[in-house]
Design a protein around this ligand. Structure first.
Ligand code: SF4
Length: 153
């Protein structure tokens, strides 16, 4: 398995491997996934994510992708999550590129100099230098969803 980042916010039920979901641990020690219930990521990659049912409301990877089709599904599942709780911790540049080289979804991004940079600190939070990149990519995606007449606003 390729080397990948071990995010301290990784939801513990995720299977080992680069794709994972983040979670939060309560004072009682109980973990809850940061993505739950709506089923949008599960619809993109039903074979890779735990089934949502009466006994499970957490989104997490039960299997890592192993074919090009499954990689595409895992990437789609990351992209569809509105809280960026599905992440990629690996170093495959093609996957990072498909995820927009976005710190909100990738633990490593490709810097301007072409090197891989880890964007997550030991506390699981994005490192300060990523703030500018995140703001820019949010602005970009906001512009992407604007109608033509809204560009003058
Ligand atoms: S995709 Fe968004 S709305 Fe749906 S469960 Fe995940 S965080 Fe919630």
């Amino acid at each position: 398995m390729s080397e990948c980042f071990r995010n301290p916010c990784r939801f513990p039920k995720n299977v080992e491997g680069p794709f994972y979901t983040t979670g939060s641990q309560g004072k009682d020690g109980y973990w809850c996934s940061n993505c739950l219930w709506c089923g949008a990521p599960e619809a993109e990659a039903p074979e890779l994510l735990a089934e949502l049912n009466e006994t499970n409301s957490d989104t997490y990877f039960v299997r890592q992708p192993s074919t090009p089709e499954e990689f595409a599904k895992a990437i789609s599942a990351c992209l569809v999550c509105c809280t960026a709780a599905l992440r990629y911790g690996g170093k495959d540049r093609e996957i990072i590129h498909k995820l927009g080289n976005d710190p909100e979804m990738c633990d490593f991004i490709v810097s301007r100099s072409g090197n891989l940079q880890c964007v997550v600190g030991a506390d699981g939070k994005l490192r300060p230098f990523t703030q500018k990149i995140v703001r820019k990519s949010r602005r970009q995606s906001h512009n992407d969803t604007k109608k033509w007449w809204q560009f003058w606003r």
